[in-house]
Design a protein around this ligand. Sequence first.
Ligand code: F6R
Length: 606
Amino acid sequence: MCGIVGYIGKRPAFPILLSGLKRLEYRGYDSFGFFVLDKDKDFLLKKTGKISDFEKHLEDDFLNKVNGTIGLGHTRWATTGVVTEANTHPHFDCQKNIFLVHNGIIENYKELKEQLINEGHQFTSETDTEVLAHLIEKYFQGNLEEAVRQALKKVRGTYGIAVISKKDPQKIVAAKLGSPLILGINNDEFLVASDSSAIVSYTRQVINLDDNEIAVLSPNNFFILKEKPIEKIDWDAEEAQKQGFSHFMLKEIFEEPEAIEKSIVGRTVLEQGLAKLGGLEQVLEQLKKVEKIIIVGCGTASYAAKVGEYMLEEYAKLPAKTEIASEFRYKNSILDDKTAVLAISQSGETADTLEAVKEAKRKDCLTLGLVNTVGSSISRETDAGVYCRVGPEIAVASSKAFISQLSILVLITVGLGRQREMSLVVGKKILEELQKLPDLSKKIFSQADYIKELAGKYSQYRNFYFLGRKYNSSIASEGALKLKEIAWKIHAEGLPAGELKHGQIALTDKDFPTVVICPSDSVYDKMKNAIEEIKARQGKILAVATEGNEEIKNLVDDVIYIPKTLEMLTPILSVIPLHLFAAYLGLELGLDIDKPRNLAKSVTVE
Ligand code: F6R
């Protein structure tokens, strides 16, 4: 969703805000704005479009003209109010004394706005955020944090905010409820941001604000209305650079072998066939008693969940079910203290997933997280969990985090399986094969140029089916989602292959190709049935098959090969060419694959 950054210190704020916002642009890129407080002349700028385009046209001496050392920046993903400069943050009060940036949604903004208008306040935007500026104005009596505290008592919804007042000028007040907000501490300068990528070039000392906390930052110190430990960001600014790739999306796909490695290294005890997941150690006894596991997530994370469900049922013999997080919260599932709810999320901030965790806690379930972002809301809200450890994922569409989630689900399966009926031999075999995947997956990248060629060949089509079965049925969904996200002129659907004949095949013809994921596994023959059905209707087929399968060449139009591995591990390999195919196809169509239309990383609204 939206990105926030704020700076207070001794250096000019604007260049720091600008570089922070560029790093946050993946959270929203409809429009952006800045406010810098300056004794001589305040600076307020709001623009629609992308920061990178604005920066290209900046005059050389522009940065030197903005001297203030206290400021705010915001990049917007429109929720309430269309994309206009007026709706862009920072928002301000009637007198232009209070300037505020916000991430989240104020649910009762309409009634508050009506009330404030009746009291004489004048609004300049259609946004929910603007009510916060006017509410703070209403309660302001010389002390900004007190006015913020009073104002926030009136709102319903979620927020991460940062506020400056010209009448209490030596401070930034920040507060959060339900939307992420962190403070960065660097000797005598302080930052506030909606996520660490905005500030990691300046400091790695951070404090994660908790819900309902208010922080006050001044040029020499800061305080929070509660004592909090300082934590350390576990990745550096280098990891958030493109490192020679044209796009983060490509860089992150090419990092997938490393993502498997980072996810599993030090987490296996091969001779005992055991997974060693430090984050779960404190709940090992509780996990033994669990009789059912529900895995919740959204989008790509939910597809990882589905693969996990199959692994857990087949190998850990634990009843498992995937629930889309936004559905789980409202459907009133039957839960109890023998149910574990595992939340999967790259960002750890997805509102639907976070709310699902809270609902599970209300129903006495053991809650677990599988999260990439250290210190994120889901990682803090769950009872225990495992981190992906794959560094920041900057491209909006998820790739390396998905691979990591799958790899860690294998470890969780072995961990829970070995607490139950899984034998040493089976545990050991799975872990041995898992450890081979970083190298095996690298082999797939030797076909990158070929996959690029295929993307060119298939770029003439506007509709695709993706088919898979058993472990690969949700990889079909992931392949289709990735294609429609980052090559968004194309429509794609992922289906369990057996469903094709139950209606979907009505659309198949020579102009409607299908990507078929058909490794040599227990359902390969069934996949061949689907291939024949498509061919009988002149449908073009691109297959992902296991190395050594020569027969498939005669059945389909094009083949991408993946190395042989255990059936349960094939999704970790089969998804890689699909990620590459989607990225190359997006580029072929001239699209910005890092920032797909209409999307935002980290969906912090319900
Ligand atoms: C797809 C994608 C989204 C996310 C989903 C959940 O490429 O990025 O579908 O997977 O919004 O996000 P997290 O994992 O951050 O909870």
